[in-house]
Design a protein. Structure first.
Length: 227
């Protein structure tokens, strides 16, 4: 295999979600200490929004634009309230926390990939631009895409996002690797797009099959050095 490109997920792949989610729960509770009922409503809205995404992953002809509407149906909230809630608590408030939760050796991995002449891209479920900036990695990437982009309009494991990114990179699928964190989502999307997948944070599983297990980014550095 001659590797020409690395495509990466963001959430759970470039940073550890556990510490961010715990910090966000504390922020949410503190922000609603004087109005606990409003806090409960906010948590219900965020949970419904996340559940809606998982429902849409497996639905035919489902588009990311349906997520807000589906979450509203589950909670009885209007779209303006849902959008405002998601924007604050999922898009804005987590940003200052990301750099501290960044995976060890991520920057080294990206630098090694660049030094080897590989093209780098991002494919995420949501617009990752602000998160990449918060993680201090924006400058590494040639292409940045999300499921909501007009030419994609599909959540993983639909392979459309990877296919669009590959086309923009000008790289055939057999010469790219997709780095993600979810076997049932990222590796399945990669398999359907005929792209090798690396699942970060996994060890002990046999290499091959639908994904390559990588315990950390140093292991991924060694992998790309061999390809």
């Amino acid at each position: 295999m001659i590797l020409e490109a690395v495509i990466m997920d963001v959430d759970g792949t470039m940073y550890r979600q556990g510490p961010v989610r715990r910090a966000m729960l504390w922020r949410l509770l503190r922000a609603h200490a004087a109005s606990p009922l409003r806090g409960v409503s906010t948590m219900r809205m965020l949970a419904a929004y996340r559940r809606a995404q998982e429902e849409l992953r497996g639905a035919q002809s489902a588009m990311p634009s349906m997520q807000v509407r589906l979450a509203c149906e589950r909670t009885g909230q209007n779209e303006a309230a849902m959008t405002s809630c998601v924007q604050r608590w999922m898009e804005e408030e987590p940003l200052p926390l990301l750099a501290r939760a960044r995976y060890p050796y991520l920057l080294e991995f990206l630098a090694v990939a660049r030094a080897r002449g590989l093209r780098l891209a991002v494919l995420s479920d949501y617009d990752p631009t602000r998160k990449l900036k918060a993680l201090n990695v924006s400058a590494f990437f040639d292409v940045v895409a999300s499921a909501a982009d007009p030419e994609i309009q599909a959540f993983k494991p639909d392979p459309r996002g990877l296919q669009v990114v590959l086309r923009k990179l000008g790289v055939p699928p057999q010469r790219a690797i997709y780095v993600g964190d979810r076997v049932g989502v990222d590796s399945r999307a990669a398999e359907r797009a005929s792209v090798l997948c690396a699942i970060i944070g996994r060890s002990g599983a046999p290499a091959g099959g639908s994904f390559f297990p990588a315990s950390d980014y140093m292991e991924l550095c060694a992998f790309i050095a061999r390809h």
